[in-house]
Design a protein around this ligand. Structure first.
Ligand code: ZN
Length: 164
């Protein structure tokens, strides 16, 4: 029996794995990006909603005697994170997967929970034609979160190269 192998829908360069619409490399890349988002998101979210850990605070110097001034940098970060809508995007995809496969919804909607659905159903997702769009969304989300996490590292001076 002849099974036709198609071009990977994500990279459009390698042949897709037999029975799937993506190659192994792209498959591993998307799952890796999902793992990264689960890992990075809590820190970026926490940081976007809490005052910066400045050098002054680290040294224990009293910084504010009354109400602290509005931290524009922090507002901007919270705004950018809201714009990114990580949870909305992941929940939208996980919702589609649930609707199509009859999977029961999670009790609560969280980034880790929605990613859990996408990872668990990944071999099903790899056979759907929309896998390229999901892959694109996931890679964009990871890149944006990594950028924000990088700014955090730069701000609290852990000695990472700021150009990265
Ligand atoms: Zn590929």
């Amino acid at each position: 029996m002849h099974i036709e192998r198609v071009l990977c829908r994500v990279c459009l360069q390698r042949l897709a794995t037999e029975g799937f619409l993506t190659c192994e490399e792209c498959s591993a890349r998307v799952v890796g990006a999902l793992d990264d988002i689960v890992r990075i998101y809590p820190d970026v979210e926490w940081d976007a909603h809490h005052p910066p850990r400045s050098a002054d605070q680290v040294r224990g110097r009293p910084v504010y005697k009354s109400t602290p001034p509005i931290n524009l940098d922090q507002l901007d970060r919270a705004h950018r994170l809201a714009e990114l809508d990580v949870l909305g995007c992941l929940a939208w995809w996980a919702g589609h997967v649930r609707d199509s496969t009859g999977l029961a919804p999670n009790a609560t909607t969280t980034v880790a929970g929605e990613i859990g659905v996408l990872v668990r159903m990944w071999s099903w997702i790899r056979r759907q034609s929309a896998v390229d769009e999901l892959a694109r969304d996931v890679v964009v989300l990871r890149a944006a979160l990594q950028r924000m996490a990088g700014e955090t590292r730069g701000r609290i001076r852990l000695g990472r190269c700021p150009a990265r």
